[in-house]
Design a protein around this ligand. Sequence first.
Ligand code: MGD
Ligand code: MGD
Ligand code: MO
Length: 821
Amino acid sequence: MTTRRNVLKGLVAGGAATLMGQSLFAKAAQAATSSQGTWHVTGSHWGAIRALVKGGKVTDVQPLEDDPYPTDMIKGIKGIIYSPSRIKYPMARADWLDNRENADRTTRGDNRYVRITWDEALDLFYEELERVQTTHGPSGLFAGATGWRQTGLFHTCINHMNRAVSMHGNYVRKVGDYSTGAGQTILPYVIGSTEVYAQGTSWPVILENADTVVLWASDPLKNLQVGWTCETHESLPYLDELRDKVAAGEIRVISVDPVRSKTQKHLNSEHLYVNPMTDVAFMLAIAHTLYTEDLHDKEFLDIYSLGFDQFISYVMGEGEDATVKTPEWAAEICGVPAEEIRSFARLLASGRTQFLFGWSLQRQQHGEQPYWMGTILASMLGQIGLPGGGVSYSHHYSGVGVPQTGANMPGAFPLNLDLGKTPKHDLHNYKGASNVIPVARWVDMLLNPGDKIQYNGHEVTYPDVRMAVFTGCNPFHHHQDRNKMRKAFRQLETVVAIDFAWTATCRHADLVLPACTQFERNDMDTYGAYSNTGVVAMRKLVDPLYQSKTDYEIFTGLTDRFGRAEEYTRGMTEMQWLRQMYDTTKAANDGRFEMPDFDQFWEDGMVRFQRGENWVRHAAFREDPEINALGTPSGFIEISSRTIEKFGYDDCGAHPKWMEKAERSHGGPNSDRFPIWLQSCHPDQRLHSQMCESDEYRATYAVQGREPVYISPEDAANRGINDGDIVRVFNDRGQLLAGARVSEDYPQGVVRIHEGAWYGPVDASIGALDTYGDPNTVTMDVGASKLSQATSANTCLVEIEKFEGVAPPVTSFGGPIEESL
Ligand SMILES: Nc1nc2c(c(=O)[nH]1)N[C@H]1C(S)=C(S)[C@@H](COP(=O)(O)OP(=O)(O)OC[C@H]3O[C@@H](n4cnc5c(=O)[nH]c(N)nc54)[C@H](O)[C@@H]3O)O[C@H]1N2
Ligand SMILES: Nc1nc2c(c(=O)[nH]1)N[C@H]1C(S)=C(S)[C@@H](COP(=O)(O)OP(=O)(O)OC[C@H]3O[C@@H](n4cnc5c(=O)[nH]c(N)nc54)[C@H](O)[C@@H]3O)O[C@H]1N2
Ligand SMILES: [Mo]
C-alpha cells in the first residue's frame, strides 16, 4: 500500500529536516490557476484543503494531495460558508433591546430579533460590560466557556474574546473541559499526568510489538477524521496496516463496546459486547481472574506501584464490601458471561497487550473509575512502558501516535496575561465566591448562586452571574439538559453570542454578533496537533460575507470603546501578525529545521518537516522510576490513593470501585420506566454542531429532515418503528423528534444520537418539543463525581415511540425571525 509515510521514507533518505520543494504538494501548487478559477490552500479541523475560488465565490473544495486519508466531511465545508443559517447582521433580542436587564426573559428562545448596526451593537456590548462590572464586579460576568473554534492560530477567537474582555475587567472562568473532565482529573493522581492529551506510543511500535490491541470504548476511524489543529490524517493509514495484521492473524484486536463501531467493522476485528456503563464491574472481574490465577506481574507491581494490597482486598471481598468481585458477580452486571471474562483476562496476560481507551466512557457518572481501572489492569499485566504494551488514553485523538517532528510551531494570538496596565475595573472582588468553576457546572452556578460544592479536594462557591459572553463554542449544543438550561438562562440579564452560524445559543442570546468564517480571513495553523508535521498557510478565500467581521476586528472595535484598541492590536494588521508569528517560529527552528521566508511560505501554502522518531510512552519511567518519577504524589503508579482517600468523597474513594448509576439500562435503576440507554457519541459526519448547518451535506444523513437515532431491530420492532420513521425520544427531562435508522450494529436497549444536532424547540417554553433531535434535550446534568464534577452526558435513559400525526417543521436552521424596530 502506498501511504504518505512510504512516500516520505523515499523522499528523505538523506535526512534533510524540511520537505518543501520536493513535496508532492508544491508541484501541484504551481498549476493553481486556470479558467475554472484559482485554487488556494487552507487548513481546517477536517484536514488541509484546496479550494477553488471563482468570481469571489468558493465553487469547489478538495482535500490536499498531501492528505493520505481524506474525510468525507470535506463535502460539507462549502455549505458552512454559504449556509442559510449564517448570521448576516448584528442582531438584538426584540424584548431585550428596550428594557435590557428589566426585559422579559421568559420569551428568551422565541427567536425574535431586531437588526442593528455594528456601532449600536458594540456600544451595547460595552455598555453592558460597564453596567455589570460597576454594579456586580467580576463575579457578575461569565466569559469562561470555550470550545472548538475554527482553526487558525492568529484568529483563534476564544483568545480574542478573552484578551479584549479581560482588558475591560475580570470575570468568572472555567477549569477542565467536556471532552475528558473525569479522566484528566483522576489520572494525575494515578499515573502522574492527565494522559488524555499526551503523545502516545508511536503506531509503528504498536503494530510491530503488540499481540493484542484492546479498543476500549474507542472508535478511532470515526474520531480521527478531525483534529484540534489542521489534521494531517497520518494516523489513519496505520489503521489499514492494523486491519491487514488482523487478517493475517498477527494481531488480535478486540473492541470492548456496547456497539459495533466503525473501526471494529473496518478492521474486521473481534467485538466484545459489554452492557453500557458497567465496564468497571467487568474490569474488577478481570483483576480477580488475573490475581486468583496468578497471572499478575508481582515484580512490576512491587517496583512501580503503590497500594495494590488495599485494592486487591476490595476485589477479594475482604474489606467493608464483602462481595467477591468474581466473574460470576460481574456477569450479572456487565452482561459478559463469566467464562468469557476469564478467557479475556487470560488472553490479556498471554502476550503483549496494548489498551487504547476512548473518552466516551469517562463522560458518565463515576467516569473516573474505568480510567483508574485501566491503569490498574495494565499494571497487573506489568507492561506499562514496554513497546506495544501498557495503556493509552489518547490514540483516537488528533493524530496521537504519529511520531513528532520536534519542530517548534507558531504560538496563538496572545491572551491578556501580558497586560501592561491593569483592566479598567476591579480585578479581585468576587464577593466571597469562586472565580473558577468546573466547566460542566456553570448551569448549576447560574441556578444556585451562593451554593457550595466539592471539587477535586476544594470547595467551590457559585458566584451570582448576571451576564455571559460566548464565542467559539455552542453551549446550547455542548451542555446537558436543555430544559434546565432554559430555566438557567432566565437568570441571565445579558447574553452576548459571537458566531458565524445562527446556533441555538444565538437564539437564546440578547446580542448576536456576526463573525466571519475561517475561510474569510488570512491565518496559519499547526499541521498535525501532535505530529507537528508542518505549518499550513490559511489563505483567505473570499471576503467576509454579509456584514460579518473577523473576531479581531470585532474586538478591536470593542476595546476602542474603552481606549485600549492600540494595546489590544499592538498596532498591527492581520498580515503583520502573521508575519511576526511565522518569523518567530522560523527563528526558533533555526539550525534544526529549515523554513523559507514568509513570502515563499505564503506562496507555497505549507512547510513540512521530516517525520520524527518512534517513541514509547512511559518507557523512561520503566527504565528508571526514581529519576523519571511520575507526577503522582508518590512518584509511582498509585493503585490506591491516600490523597483521594483524604478528600472523603462517597463517589470517588481510595481505589476504584463499582458504583451503581443514577439510571442504567439492562436492569439498572430507572430502567423499568425508561428502558433504553441513549449514548450521544461524536458524529461521524460533523464536528460537534459544526457543519450541521451545511444543508446539502446534512441531507445526506438526515431522516425526513431530522437527526438520525440509531436503534436495534428488536427495539424498533417492539415499538412498531420502521427504518425512516419519525420517532419521539423522551424521558422526564425532555422530548425530541428524530428519524429512526434501524441498525444491526446496536444491541437491544442501546440507541445513539450523535451530539451536535442543532436544538430547534417548537417554542420558548420549558419542556418544548425539540424538532430536529439534539440529544442534550434529554441528557442528565449532574457531576460525574465530587472529584471531577465533569459531564455525565452518557448516563441517560429514554423511551422511544413512533411519532403519529403531522410532525412540526424543523425550527433549528435558517436564522432568526426578523422584526422591525
Ligand atoms: N451529549 C453530549 N454532549 C456533548 C458531548 C457528548 O459526547 N455528548 N461532547 C462534549 C465535547 S467532548 C465537546 S468538546 C463539546 C463541544 O462543544 P463546542 O466546542 O461548544 O461545539 P462546536 O459545535 O464545535 O461549537 C463551536 C461553535 O463556535 C463557532 N465558531 C467556530 N469558529 C469560530 C470563530 O472563528 N469565531 C467565532 N466567533 N465563532 C466560531 C461555531 O460556529 C460553533 O457554533 O460538546 C460536548 N457535549
Ligand atoms: N468525526 C468526529 N470526530 C471527533 C469529534 C467529532 O465531533 N466528530 N470530536 C472530537 C472530540 S472534541 C472528542 S472529545 C473526541 C471524542 O472521543 P470519544 O469520546 O472517545 O468518542 P465517542 O464517539 O463519543 O465514543 C467512542 C466509543 O465509546 C463507546 N462507548 C460509549 N459508552 C461506553 C461504555 O459505557 N462502555 C464502553 N465499553 N464503550 C462505550 C461508544 O459506543 C463509541 O463506540 O472525538 C474527537 N473526534
Ligand atoms: Mo471534546
